[in-house]
Design a protein around this ligand. Structure first.
Ligand code: SF4
Length: 211
């Protein structure tokens, strides 16, 4: 399993309400909250960023398809907005995406196809699909620590600070690596060679074999 981005998007906030700084692969951007929510509206709020992400992905996907087809479309516009409804305890979110092609002459079939293409853009799939958000809190007290899990045949060492929680070990050898279990590494769950092979696949060096 590989992360989509080589570098994670890193966000931080200080005490200024509610200006957040973000670092992405090639620069920085900010977010804020509107005045009615206590911010100063200096940058897009989180919902706007989410909608912009969908908008950008839609536009790029359509541009690629249109160019491949050689259709004469110079300009594509997408408007996105969202609302929520509640059914009992369940909150449902609906995102509306309106697309137009100012100045282009496209027939109904072409427009229907473009709507289909937009619906299949990668961010659409993430939003409409089965996405889970996993949250880990860094425990400073574990920084630099190296925990060991052993039996007579093998010793597995784990450095929490280096673990990027890519989940590779958890998904590939769940009988040994299970974040819901305590301890989370069970060296009795597989033979030593299998564990050794899995440890070698840890992308960050968090796992290693001890003596
Ligand atoms: S120990 Fe390595 S493979 Fe396992 S979750 Fe952490 S970084 Fe990923």
């Amino acid at each position: 399993m590989r992360y989509k981005l080589e570098k994670p998007v890193i966000g931080s906030i200080g005490t200024k309400k509610y200006l957040c700084q973000f670092e992405w692969r090639n620069g920085q951007f900010q977010s804020d909250e509107p005045v009615n929510l206590g911010g100063e509206d200096q940058a897009p709020d989180p919902h706007s960023l989410l909608l912009a992400s969908l908008g950008a992905c839609t536009l790029v996907t359509l541009r690629m398809y249109i160019d491949r087809k050689g259709w004469a479309v110079e300009h594509i516009v997408v408007k996105t907005n969202m609302f929520q409804t509640a059914t009992g305890e369940t909150i449902n979110y609906v995102i509306d995406r309106d697309i137009s092609f100012p100045g282009a002459t496209l027939d109904t079939e072409q427009k229907n196809r473009l709507a289909e293409i937009a619906g299949n853009c990668p961010i659409s799939k993430i939003l409409a699909g089965n996405t889970s958000v996993r949250t880990y809190v860094l425990h400073e007290e574990e920084a630099g620590a190296q925990l060991s899990y052993k039996n007579d045949e093998i010793t597995v060492l784990w450095k929490p600070e280096l673990c990027k929680h890519s989940g590779r070990c958890v998904t590939q050898l769940p009988q040994v690596f299970d974040i819901k279990a305590k301890p989370w590494i069970n060296v009795a769950g597989a033979d030593a060679e299998t564990i050794r092979t899995q440890v070698a696949k840890c992308p960050t060096g968090a796992l290693s074999i001890g003596k």
